[in-house]
Design a protein around this ligand. Structure first.
Ligand code: DQA
Length: 143
């Protein structure tokens, strides 16, 4: 069984981008942590990162028949994208929404998420460990 890990715009710059906010770990570190966690629980992780909304939507559509659950950090699309939310609703898989930073302690425009109402749960502010927690919780929900 497979879990899809989706990282949205600018997360390819992790480790370089505003390290005071997002930490010094890289996207490779995130993918390695999530993959190891998934493997330990009997799941295979498929990881995609894109700066393009449509590429993320296509990856979510593919997950419909190929994955059992989705972990997503939608980046700034969290606060803007009805299309991404509709894609997640459309494939009807359990979704974990993850943010590295505590979006609620930041600017007002980061407080609203189009994704949260359709997510099983939301983790914000736990850094890259949030991805590990998300994989663990989804695996428990699928058990
Ligand atoms: C983020 C928070 C978003 O507000 C921001 O646009 C990001 C990253 C996070 O992981 O903390 O790109 O999703």
């Amino acid at each position: 069984r497979r879990i899809l890990l989706v990282n949205g715009p600018n997360l390819n710059l992790l480790g370089v981008r505003e390290p005071g906010v997002y930490g010094s770990d890289t996207l490779d570190d995130v993918v390695a942590l999530a993959s190891e966690t998934a493997r330990g629980l009997g799941f295979e992780l498929r990881a995609v990162q894109s700066n393009h909304e449509g590429v993320l939507i296509d990856a979510i559509h593919e997950a419909r028949t190929e994955c059992a659950a989705i972990v997503i950090n939608p980046g700034a699309f969290t606060h803007t994208s009805i299309a991404l939310r509709d894609a997640l609703s459309g494939v009807a898989l359990p979704v974990a929404e993850v943010h590295l930073s505590n979006v609620h302690a930041r600017e007002e425009f980061r407080h609203h998420s189009y994704i949260s109402p359709i997510a099983e749960f939301v983790i914000a502010g736990a850094g890259i460990q949030g991805y590990e927690f998300a994989v663990r919780r989804l695996a428990a929900l699928l058990a």
